[in-house]
Design a protein around this ligand. Structure first.
Ligand SMILES: O=C(O)CCC(=O)C(=O)O
Ligand SMILES: [Fe+2]
Length: 494
């Protein structure tokens, strides 16, 4: 990259229309360009360069001056002039070649033409200055330029930047071995700074449900002090939302304490490259770390054994085990205690896009604890089941009726006749607040539906626990999922 200035803007006739073209010149002529051949000489200072200028002529018809741009001849470049784009009265040929004088002209340096910013942003010193306000903001997860080797480094680690990614070293794909790293001393932010509501933990939340989306069954008694909201999708599964409140969040080692503790220790959170992306190497827009049995979601994450997990992770696992059991109890299905926990961390403007947790190795129940900023969880039918067609327009073999028959038939007719398909509308929309738990239950829920979560402010954590089928795990990894909760890590639902 470099700074350039515009030296010429002119009009041309392009395929019967008039279009504009622009000539740029490098601003700092005395510095060697990054694209210059290796070992080539340094550029001559401007004053030692031969003076070269494009020939300027005035049009006899409109009297306006135009430079000679092409070898094929001089042309008037005023589109309103009758002589525009003609050479000696004839339409200009299509295969024009640039005149060397036009190409080699260099404009004298002008002290008033100065770039507003350096091309290499001075992000690091300014981030250090402003502890709490900036730690989790959008600017804090921008990439930097390595001050040692000039490579661009994306923010992959929760605590900062490392020029060489440990993952690429393990896989042997490391292109660099630069050891530069900058870890920030992160100041924990208060719950207040990520929650706008008047009361950080309300006594109870008012229930307003938009009729555009599914309306749940409400149960304020069974799991008091939680309010339990259940969304049931017949033949598919259920989603149980445990709505937290102040009694729950302020208890010792409860959501308020967890939110603070998760910020101060290093849990190993990092951003991973997506397995499927348009541009190879694109990173997830959230940080992740996996504990217990290995789990491949939208990325392949290495897993740490529960025996090495910090107390906070085990406490969260205790809560999630409780929620899983409570949610499954009502369904008549077997309760499989979770043996894996994926922790996600979201800075400002981070999110998780539509995906399912439907790996074949997974049990049917997935429980998530939300901490910090509130977020919106959206659940919709997958494209292929909504339309009855895959994106490549192949009719599905396994095509269950998931919505009422009339809508279903008319959708498919429309799709087939007009070739018009679209994403399914959001069926369930939930506001997840600090301390809330959500349990998705039912294998078909992950098969036919997908979910996405968008936090609304600076800092949010989501801890999700699942049951991974042991016969899908390499024997040497099985011990990673083994654990015994200490009595104070077991959650009693209060
Ligand atoms: O951030 C959340 O609440 C959801 C996380 C999630 O969908 C996942 O871990 O698969
Ligand atoms: Fe998920």
């Amino acid at each position: 990259m470099d700074y350039f200035r515009v030296t010429n803007v002119w009009c041309e006739r392009i395929g019967g229309k008039v279009g504009a073209k622009v000539r740029f010149e490098k601003l700092n002529l005395s510095a060697k360009s990054w694209w210059a051949a290796k070992g080539s000489a340094a550029p001559l200072p401007y004053c030692q360069r031969p003076e070269i200028q494009a020939e300027i002529k005035h049009c006899v018809a409109c009297q306006t001056a135009s430079p000679r741009i092409y070898n094929e001849g001089w042309m008037c470049l005023q589109p309103i002039c009758d002589s525009f784009w003609t050479i000696n009265g004839f339409e200009a040929p299509v295969d024009l070649t640039f005149h060397l004088n036009f190409l080699h002209t260099r404009t004298p340096p002008a002290p008033e033409v100065v770039p507003h910013h350096d091309l290499v942003p001075d992000l690091l010193p300014t981030l250090e200055e402003d502890g709490e306000g900036v730690s989790y903001s959008r600017i804090a997860w921008k990439g930097i330029v390595c001050p040692r080797c000039q490579k661009c480094i994306s923010r992959k680690y929760w605590h900062g930047w490392k020029c060489t990614d440990e993952l690429s070293l393990i896989s042997g794909k490391g292109e660099t071995s630069c050891t530069f790293e900058r870890m920030l001393t992160v100041q924990p932010v208060s719950l207040r700074s990520v929650i706008d509501d008047f009361s950080l933990g309300p006594n109870k939340r008012a229930c307003h449900f938009d009729s555009k989306f599914a309306v749940p069954d409400i149960d304020d008694e069974t799991l008091f002090p939680y309010r339990k909201l259940i969304y049931r999708i017949p033949g598919v599964g259920s989603i149980t939302h445990f709505v937290a409140n102040r009694i729950i969040s302020t208890r010792p080692n409860g959501p308020n304490d967890l939110f603070r503790q998760l910020q101060v220790s290093d849990f190993g959170l990092r951003r991973y490259p997506l397995q499927q992306s348009v541009v190879a190497g694109t990173l997830t827009a959230h940080f992740a770390v996996n504990y217990g049995m290995p789990y491949k979601y939208i990325v392949s994450v290495d897993s740490r054994p529960f025996t090495d997990a910090p107390d906070e992770i085990m406490r969260a696992l205790g809560r999630l085990t409780w929620a899983t059991e409570r949610a499954v109890a009502g369904s008549g299905d077997n309760f499989l205690p979770p043996n894996e926990l994926l922790m996600l961390g979201y800075f400002e403007d981070m999110k998780i896009g539509y995906h399912d947790d439907g790996e074949s190795s997974l049990g049917p129940t997935i429980a998530t604890l939300s901490l910090g900023a509130k977020s919106v969880m959206s659940i919709r039918m997958k494209y292929k089941y909504y339309n009855g067609l895959s994106k490549t327009k192949t009719l599905l073999k396994d095509d269950p009726v998931l919505i009422d028959q009339t809508t279903y038939d008319s959708l498919r007719r429309k799709a087939l006749q007009k070739g018009k398909c679209g994403e399914a509308p959001i069926g369930i929309k939930m506001e997840l607040n600090h301390g809330d738990l959500v349990v998705m239950h039912g294998e078909n829920l992950q098969k036919y539906y997908e979910h996405a979560v968008t936090p609304d402010k600076k800092l949010r954590f989501a801890l999700t626990a699942r049951y991974i089928k042991p016969d899908h795990v390499e024997p040497e990894h099985l011990p990673k999922g083994e654990f015994t909760l200490t009595p104070d890590q077991v959650y009693d639902g209060k």
